[in-house]
Design a protein around this ligand. Structure first.
Ligand code: ZN
Length: 554
């Protein structure tokens, strides 16, 4: 009899930093770990978010026993409102903060079903059919972050969540090595471990060191301090509040994401502040500049974030001025480098001072680096390792570290999204034919209706513009009724290109008169106009706008 295998299906998060989602299957029963989104790239213009593809999962929706969440970052929970109703709205398990952020976001989608939330504490267990999941505390740059010990019929799987070892964290207990060793001593069949920091040597910075670096800036600042970070970096938000209190500053909160996250974290007593520290924006003018800290969103140079509005003078209350100190306390997401650079230029031009994470380590990278990854492997002593959460190069480095720590190569699953990893207690196998993982794009209220063709058109439009030719032809005589109308955007400035337009009109009239003699109809004429005008425009301008012929028969 063939031994039953446990199947691990990574639907997102492998070979990328973002949209983490993994399926664990035993027979027909399944468990999901995280359900995250990723942010658009240069190749996906106009797209708001990207979520994992659940085509594989849709077929087996009745079998999803639950979704276990590691922590409240959007790359781990952000896809929930787009996916839950499509898989039968199974129960969710996570920490109070994780569920708080999840719930708040769900409220922005009133048509979505009510989530079944199950609050987990450090040490809590969720019994889900063949799986028993224990949640354990792990340090990261957001509190209430849990690793997972998943007991399965073939053995124990440990999922580290995003983690770092920190003996002096902000707002959370230090790493509990005793607990980790206890988990390791039970025997770990497979370790699924965070790879994001695998290319960095040594040990990640403690949250305490980051707070100390921030304090150096607070000490020196003479005017207002404007700090910008991710709303989800709850620990940074706490640091800024603590330091403001210490240096006699009131704190103003700007940006929707920042306000809501702060509210959730305050209600859960995760973020602490003295009464009167946080003041409404309009009250800021009752104080001197050196008594004010503005905590805002927008450290990535996002167009509509509070920081950008302050810089461009479009903010309701504040505009940047000489003497301000701006702190960008978050690392730059790949792809946002240019936006952040022009943000920095803007700030300096306006005579303010700026500090960002490259000048000083004011951003906790939040992820275990080489030494910590080694230590995690030593503690867990897993038979199999599945490097997760990272670009391929990060996962490959993680695999290298693991083989140096004595895990045989055949026991390391270095693979990509969609490849089914099946394990028994002795054997690991990686499927060759992947399940669908092509990303699903969210644009406005549309889920997945923006595909390759639409994106291709958007890129073409952005690069060369559009050129529309409108003609009316007589149904009977097949002769042209008027001089062709031309509309163009992003190609050339029409008013200054009259000569070219005259030539195009001549060409179109020629095409139609030839076609008319052969009794061609609008359907046949359209592609002819398209190819001929495209090559004509290219010969004259060296550009390739999208040519859209509109032929009306009257
Ligand atoms: Zn995270």
């Amino acid at each position: 009899m063939q031994e039953e295998r446990l199947r691990i299906v990574p639907l997102g998060g492998l070979g990328e930093v973002g949209k983490n989602m993994t399926l664990i299957e035993w027979g027909e029963k399944a468990l999901i770990i995280d359900m995250g989104l990723s942010f658009p790239e240069e190749k996906t213009p106009g797209v708001d978010y990207i979520i994992p593809n659940i085509a594989y999962l849709k077929k087996r929706k009745r079998n999803v026993l639950g979704v276990v969440l590691t922590h409240g970052h959007y790359d781990h929970i952000g896809a929930i409102p787009y996916i839950m109703d499509k898989i039968g709205n199974p129960p969710l398990y996570g920490s109070p903060l994780t569920l708080g952020i999840t719930q708040k976001r769900q409220e922005e989608f009133p048509s979505q079903p009510k989530l079944q939330l199950n609050e987990m504490k450090d040490g809590s267990r969720a019994e889900l059919g063949p799986f028993s999941v224990e949640f354990f505390h792990q340090n990261h740059n957001i509190p209430d972050n849990y690793g997972l010990l998943i007991e399965t019929p073939v053995g124990n799987i440990v999922h580290t969540s995003d983690f770092k070892f920190d003996s002096t964290p902000t707002n959370a207990p230090p790493t509990n090595f005793g607990k980790l060793k206890e988990i390791g001593s039970k025997g770990v069949l497979m370790l699924m471990s965070d790879s994001t920091g695998a290319e960095a040597e040594g040990h990640s910075l403690s949250e305490k060191v980051i707070a100390e670096n921030l304090e150096k800036i607070f000490k020196k600042a003479k005017g207002r301090i404007i700090t910008s970070t991710f709303a989800s970096l709850i620990n940074r938000v706490q640091d800024v509040i603590d330091l403001s209190e210490k240096y006699g500053r009131k704190v103003v909160i700007e940006g929707y994401g920042m306000k809501t996250n702060l509210e959730i974290a305050q209600n859960l007593k995760i973020i602490k502040s003295k009464k009167g520290t946080i003041i409404p924006s309009e009250k800021a003018f009752d104080y001197n500049d050196h008594q004010i800290t503005i905590l805002s969103t927008g450290a990535q140079g996002e167009d509509n974030a509070a920081l950008m509005k302050i810089l461009s003078g479009q903010h309701r209350f504040f505009s940047l001025k000489k003497g301000d100190t701006v702190i960008l306390s978050s690392s730059v997401i790949p792809g946002n480098e240019r936006a952040v650079q022009s943000l920095k230029d803007d700030i300096m031009r306006q005579g303010a001072d700026i500090f960002h994470s490259q000048m000083m380590d004011i951003h906790a990278k939040g992820h275990a680096q080489e030494d910590e990854l080694r230590e995690m492997i030593k503690i867990m002593k897993p038979k199999f390792l599945l490097p997760v959460h990272g670009q391929y190069s990060m996962m490959a480095n993680h695999a290298k570290i693991a083989s140096e720590e004595g895990i045989p190569k055949k026991n390391i699953a270095l693979t990509d999204n969609g490849h089914i990893i099946s394990i028994t207690k002795d054997e690991l196998h990686i499927g060759k034919k992947p399940v669908p993982t092509n990303p699903v794009m969210i644009d406005g209220s549309g889920i997945g209706d923006v595909g390759g063709v639409v994106l291709h058109d958007r890129m073409e439009l952005a690069e060369s513009g559009i050129f529309v030719v409108i003609v009316a032809i007589d149904k009977k005589t097949r002769k042209i009724k008027n001089s062709p109308d031309i509309i163009s955007r992003g190609f050339i400035y029409l008013r200054e290109s009259q000569l070219l337009l005259t030539e195009v009109r001549k060409k179109v009239i020629e095409i139609i008169s030839k076609a008319g003699k052969k009794k061609k109809d609008a359907k046949e004429i359209k592609p002819e106009i398209k190819t001929k005008i495209e090559s004509f425009l290219f010969s004259k301008t060296g550009r390739r706008p999208i040519v859209l012929p509109v032929v009306i028969e009257v």
